[in-house]
Design a protein around this ligand. Sequence first.
Ligand code: FAD
Length: 330
Amino acid sequence: MRPFEYVRAADAASATAALSAMPQARYLAGGSNLLDLMKEDVERPTRLVDITRLPLREIQRTRAGLSIGALATNTETANHPLVRENYPLLTQAIVAGASGQLRNMATNGGNLLQRTRCNYFYDTSMPCNKREAGSGCGAREGLNRISAIMGWSEACVATYPGDMATALYALDARVRVRAPDGRERLIAITDFHRLPGDTPERDNNLAHGELIVAIELPVPAGEFARHSHYLKVRDRASYAFAMVSVAAALDMDGSRIRQARVVLGSVAHKPWRSAEAEAVLVGQRADEATFKRAADAALRDARPLAHNAYKVELGRRSVVRALMRASRLA
Ligand SMILES: Cc1cc2nc3c(=O)[nH]c(=O)nc-3n(C[C@H](O)[C@H](O)[C@H](O)COP(=O)(O)OP(=O)(O)OC[C@H]3O[C@@H](n4cnc5c(N)ncnc54)[C@H](O)[C@@H]3O)c2cc1C
């Protein structure tokens, strides 16, 4: 590990000031991703700004729905009665991730910002445009079994690996961030992460120094809370990142679908919300034939690489399975 400064912030203003004063500074929350990357020499911050003492841990009802503090842990969030009752999809997604010990350390803000698990990003002897802009992409023509099938660019085929964010896309979450000048803004979760394009070194649309303070969820529409399911398919039954995951939520009127949310995880540089699948579902009867049409629409534009064509069929089947479970047909 390289030497770095350590600063413990007493409040949000001093945290954002300490961060924005240095281009290579990083916030330190649970440290479960950042410290691993520092040990691997992938991330080389010159200053860590410890934000763990900031009062950003509350989970509370608001007029608009629910506000979940950026420093609430994944465990606290998944177990919170208001989350379990009103957003069971979020609880399912969080507990599908990592292990109990990691979820006790992992914060919601850090979870949103976790970096890709692309092997070429971690291997500093290989080229990676995300790790080092302009160095090339080892995965494009390399071993790309876990890489993207949607939205990738010649510069980067990495995926965003997180479970929680995939559910947040289906729940129309917004991320509240605070800038160094004290101003706050809300970012729709679908605009939070980026596709790689020519700048894969940027994972998201946060400006340097911006601090995530909370994740805000609207009151769940209609019956979304009753008809939702998070499906995660992985190499091992637990403690593994998804090959493909699906967050599905349906608002149903009897057997008819009023509104639908279909989001695929681990298939792109950001969770992939499928407007095409949702359009197929709205107004239709909830049954397997409808779900298969929606799954075909969701994967129609997939562009697999040499070693990950399996994700296209796996994605289709996972969409059908998640929708069957959400509608309680399976
Ligand atoms: C072995 C292992 C298995 C895992 N399996 C899974 C899995 O199956 N599914 C899954 O989803 N995740 C998985 N994870 C990832 C884990 O969930 C993340 O490491 C964790 O959520 C990161 O949270 P943290 O608080 O530790 O973040 P940190 O490591 O402290 O920070 C991560 C990044 O976020 C930034 N940051 C943190 N908080 C803020 C904030 N409030 N505002 C602005 N920037 C901030 C930091 O500067 C850093 O860049 C796994 C991790 C490990 C080590």
